[in-house]
Design a protein around this ligand. Structure first.
Ligand SMILES: CC(=O)SCCNC(=O)CCNC(=O)[C@H](O)C(C)(C)COP(=O)(O)OP(=O)(O)OC[C@H]1O[C@@H](n2cnc3c(N)ncnc32)[C@H](O)[C@@H]1OP(=O)(O)O
Length: 392
């Protein structure tokens, strides 16, 4: 490899950026343009170059994420990362991560997050798995417990143009109380939706509205010798009350022809599981969701409002400006450290997706002063499991 350089791209380079990302994912060149191009104007696009040839891509959206306590903090939503085949394992991704994290820090963004194509890639850059996704499957017709209250106002199917303004409003209201939810700015929703549609073979979404909630889903139609074997795949389901939530689920579970309802973005503590007369009816499988990076540890801790003065020794080999002792409330200190951990593990516990106790049990947090682990673990724990309904 000649001179490796990673830098911000200008508008004239964006088609090539998409082509590089497409090549990394072994996509068809023309289809890539159609799929991913609409998302590109919303990202800060970086390219890695070997001489004049662009060989790597990485982008990030400027967005915000809801933190425990309800505050929304600016977030770099990292996406479109790829390195062309033939140029891998020579540090190209590392150069892009370097450029991106330096840039985010310079622009004062304390948090970055991404969805990882493979789980072993991003820990080395200080990302920790901060939310988990519950891949949920329910058989059609599964019954609620008798005490579940359903808001009986009707759920109605509407077209996309009628649905989107209502969905935007409901999302904005609900997001403030959901840890891990990402702000949806102008246009970003449409871009994400296009990308998602392309991943599901182009099947268009259907939209069903309740006065206090909505569901976006796609049907898979299948017939067997024994009859219909349809499946509904939820992409978004959100409700402002438990009763509206129950109404949406009942709507989905009473569909004719359908055998199964699936949702790959349910939360770990998704209420539907506890609403069922037979909780075993729900099949659940858990995978990592959003990976989080504390770009600026003191600023990230201050935004999180832990209210804890436990002193942690943070190690960060990729962003060395974060190395050192901090109070959990973000304040600086000269007091001795009570806990020691890597920045990726602090990120894993930051939204409440796992506890410091769980990390310590895996040998990933060291308690330096007796009692400090419990105090700190409680300070970061949350009432609800963080989740993120979006993929980007
Ligand atoms: C947020 C997103 O967009 S996720 C999408 C990520 N993109 C993809 O998965 C597309 C297909 N894959 C690729 O394009 C590339 O293989 C990438 C981007 C994953 C890695 O790019 P590379 O330029 O090969 O990575 P680079 O050479 O900088 O590797 C740095 C380190 O990560 C390791 N690494 C890279 N990829 C992987 C992997 N898939 N699994 C485990 N380790 C990995 C390397 O071994 C290296 O380790 P070392 O520092 O100990 O030697």
């Amino acid at each position: 490899m000649g001179n490796l350089e990673a830098r911000k791209l200008d508008d004239g380079e964006l088609d090539e950026f998409v082509a590089v990302f497409g090549a990394a994912f072994l996509e068809d060149a023309e289809e890539d343009q159609a799929r991913f191009r609409p998302a590109v104007p919303f990202v800060t696009a970086l390219g890695a170059f070997d001489g004049p040839e662009m060989i790597g891509s990485a982008g990030h959206y400027s967005t915000a994420i809801t933190l425990p306590g309800g505050r929304a903090a600016p977030l770099g939503g990292v996406t479109l990362v790829g390195v062309k085949p033939g140029h891998r394992r020579r540090g190209v991704l590392t150069s892009l991560m370097r450029e991106q994290l330096d840039g985010l820090r310079e622009s004062g963004v304390a948090l970055a997050a991404l969805y990882a194509s493979e789980g072993a890639i991003y820990g080395r850059y200080g990302y920790g798995a901060a939310t988990f996704e519950n891949h949920l499957t329910l058989p059609s017709g599964a019954r609620f417990r008798p005490d579940v209250e359903v808001d009986e106002r009707p759920v109605r199917e509407v077209d996309r143009d009628s649905a989107m303004p209502v969905i935007h409003e409901q999302h904005a209201r609900i997001a403030a109380s959901r840890i891990g939810w990402i702000e949806r700015g102008d246009g970003a929703w449409e871009a994400l939706e296009l990308m998602r549609q392309s991943r599901s073979g182009g099947v268009p979404s259907r939209y069903a509205l309740h006065p206090e909630g909505h569901v976006i889903y796609r049907p898979t139609r299948k017939w067997t010798e024994r009859g219909p074997d349809y499946r509904l795949e939820i992409t978004h389901l959100m409700a402002e009350t438990p009763q509206a939530y129950a109404a949406l689920w009942r709507y989905l579970m009473e569909f004719a022809l359908v055998r199964e309802v699936r949702w790959n973005k349910a939360a770990l503590d998704e209420p539907i599981v506890r609403m069922l007369a037979d909780p075993r009816a729900a099949e659940q499988s858990i995978v990592d969701g959003l990976w989080l990076r504390l770009v600026d540890v003191p600023a990230a801790l201050a935004a999180r409002e832990t209210g804890s003065d436990v002193v942690v020794e943070v190690t960060d080999s990729f962003c060395e400006w974060n190395n050192g002792r901090r109070r959990l409330d973000g304040g600086s200190t000269t007091a001795p450290a009570q806990l020691a951990l890597d920045v990726a593990d602090l990120a894993a516990a930051y939204l409440g997706g796992c506890t410091l106790h769980q990390l310590a049990a895996a040998g990933r947090v060291r308690e330096l002063e007796p009692g400090a682990l419990s105090t700190a673990s409680r300070a970061l724990a949350t009432d609800h499991a963080p989740s993120c309904p979006d993929a980007f």
